[in-house]
Structure formats: structure tokens, C-alpha cells
Design a protein around this ligand. Structure first.
Ligand SMILES: [Zn+2]
Length: 307
């Protein structure tokens, strides 16, 4: 049961270019992710699904208004459950594509995300692993459009795939850039995220659909970079002062970033930034349970998930 103003019915499928659509789930906070749809010649590619059975079924319902029968191909940008739990609603008639390590991560993580937020009505979600994998990049052809899948990680996780439609200059950037929502790199890399943003900037996208938050333009890359550079400066000062990530977070004025949703991610991000200051390589595996407990401590309770 949800008392949140942004239930599944608040999500909308909007056209961002001819034959390119974005499924936006407000408000973009924890597990309220976006998806993308590219159509041509009566076929379609869906980029990411949704976290719960109800949300995935609603996504399918909206997609079928444009594409009767649903998409023949689903792409998962990374292993987080909000982006792939809904695969089960599409898999009976769709192939699921992911980067090869993402497939392994999906299988390893299973439905773990549900244990972080046991009060969410996840519904009948069955794990559906990708059936087709690639290493660095893969090109899909949908009618006259190209969907270039590119792994730009480690960034938000160790492998983050973006979907670039060059003919329309539309970029679905997954959780590499964020609109109105605090970036989250605990499981990936701050340095890697900055490199990924540079790669994405070079594509020269006109419209960018982030993994969370409203449809944006290229400024979303700058906004994400600004947060990450501030994060690195904050981490450096805290690290030199001998403060723990949680102590640093508590002593930090969020300034302009206070308006971003899910501010508690600062604590997890500092854990990653500290690891990089200690010389850990990009994407080095860190404990996530402790940082999540600290994010809850910073927030005053476990952050809400309105999926
Ligand atoms: Zn994610």
C-alpha cells in the first residue's frame, strides 16, 4: 500500500523524439527509476523495466499503447533491481540484453534489494537474467534508428550501460547522471563517474533521460559532475582531518545540493571517495551493509522507498 503522492499511476510515457519515448516515474527517489522505449517497423527496444510487479505491469500497459504486443528486446543498464525486476513481465515475449558482468551481478544479487525495503509491495517478481550479453558495446537496429549500448563503468556500479540513439541525439544514461536526485556511487567509482561523464559529453546529446528524475538536456551531466567534484573536495578535507565518512557527512553543509532527493547518499558516496583517496582501484568491492546503516543514521531512520 502506498500513501506516496507518486504511486505507479503517476508515471508517464512521454515522447522525447520521433519514435523515442521515456517512461518517467516521479519523483525519482529510491527505486523510482525511468525506462526508455525506441520503436520502428512495428518492433521495439525497452531500456530498463521497473522495481515492482505493479509498476512493471503499468509500464507494459503504457508501452503497448504505442507498441501492441510489447517490445521484443529489453536492455538492463545495470544490476540494481529497480532497473530489472520487471523483466519478468516482458520476458515471455522478449530477449533480455545486458553487459556480461551485469548478468552475473544480477544472478548474484538476486532479489536482495527487497530485503532493504521489506515494507514495499514488490508483488510477484521473478528474477529473469539477461539471455544475451556483450562485452563493451553492442549496436541494435530498430527500423531506421540505431541503439548503441555502451558500457561506461565503473561509475554508478562497476558496469553501467548507456543507450545512445545518434539519429535523434537522445541518450538514456542509466544511473550515471541524475536529475534533481543525489548521485550514488557507493558501488562504483567517483573517478570513473567523472570519466564516464566526459565520455557522455562527447556524444553531444540533445536530450538526456537519466535513470532517475525528469527528462533533461546536457546540463544534467554538468550538474552531476558538480556534485561529484564537491564530494571529492569534501572527502579530501574529512579524510585529512581524520574524520569517518559519517562524521564528515554530519559536519558538511550540503549547500545547493540540499535540494536534491536522497541526500543521505552523501555518506555512501564518502565511503567510495575515501576508498579512492586510499588508492583503491575504481569499482573495488566495498561493504555496502555498513554504509547503508550509516546512511540511515544520517537520515534519522531508514530512507523511504516509495516503489
Ligand atoms: Zn542504480
Amino acid at each position: 500500500m502506498t500513501t506516496h503522492p507518486y504511486g505507479p499511476e503517476a508515471a508517464t510515457l512521454v515522447a522525447v523524439a520521433e519514435d523515442v519515448h521515456a517512461y518517467i516515474q516521479p519523483d525519482g527517489s529510491w527505486c523510482l527509476n525511468n525506462a526508455g522505449l525506441v520503436v520502428g517497423d512495428g518492433r521495439g527496444v525497452l531500456i530498463d523495466t521497473a522495481a515492482t510487479r505493479a509498476r512493471a505491469e503499468r509500464l507494459r500497459h503504457e508501452v503497448e499503447k504505442i507498441l501492441p504486443g510489447g517490445p521484443g528486446t529489453v536492455v538492463n543498464t545495470h544490476f540494481h533491481g529497480d532497473h530489472h525486476f520487471g523483466n519478468c513481465v516482458f520476458a515471455p515475449t522478449a530477449s533480455v540484453i545486458a553487459q556480461e558482468d551485469v548478468r552475473e551481478q544480477i544472478l548474484r544479487a538476486g532479489l536482495d534489494l527487497q530485503r532493504i525495503w521489506p515494507a514495499v509491495d514488490w508483488g510477484d517478481v521473478r528474477l529473469v537474467a539477461p539471455t544475451l550479453t556483450f562485452r563493451d558495446s553492442l549496436r541494435l537496429h530498430v527500423g531506421e534508428l540505431t541503439v548503441e549500448l555502451i558500457d561506461v563503468g565503473p561509475a554508478h556500479t562497476t558496469h553501467d550501460v548507456v543507450a545512445w540513439i545518434p539519429e535523434r541525439r537522445v541518450l538514456f544514461c542509466g544511473d550515471v547522471a541524475w536529475a534533481g536526485v543525489t548521485p550514488f556511487c557507493l558501488m562504483g567509482s567517483i573517478e570513473g563517474s567523472l570519466a564516464a561523464l566526459a565520455t557522455l559529453r562527447a556524444l553531444d546529446a540533445g536530450r538526456i533521460v537519466p535513470g532517475h528524475g525528469p527528462v533533461a538536456g546536457p546540463e544534467v551531466l554538468d550538474d552531476t559532475e558538480e556534485y561529484l567534484r564537491w564530494l571529492q573536495r569534501t572527502a579530501l578535507a574529512g579524510h585529512e582531518a581524520g574524520r569517518t565518512p559519517l562524521e564528515t557527512a554530519r559536519a558538511t553543509d550540503l549547500g545547493p545540493f540540499a535540494k536534491l532527493l536522497d541526500a543521505e547518499r552523501l555518506v555512501g558516496n564518502l565511503h567510495r571517495a575515501y576508498a579512492e583517496l586510499d588508492g583503491r582501484p575504481r569499482g573495488f568491492e566495498l561493504d555496502v551493509v555498513g554504509p547503508f546503516q550509516e546512511m540511515a543514521a544520517y537520515h534519522g531512520r531508514m530512507p523511504d522507498c516509495h516503489a
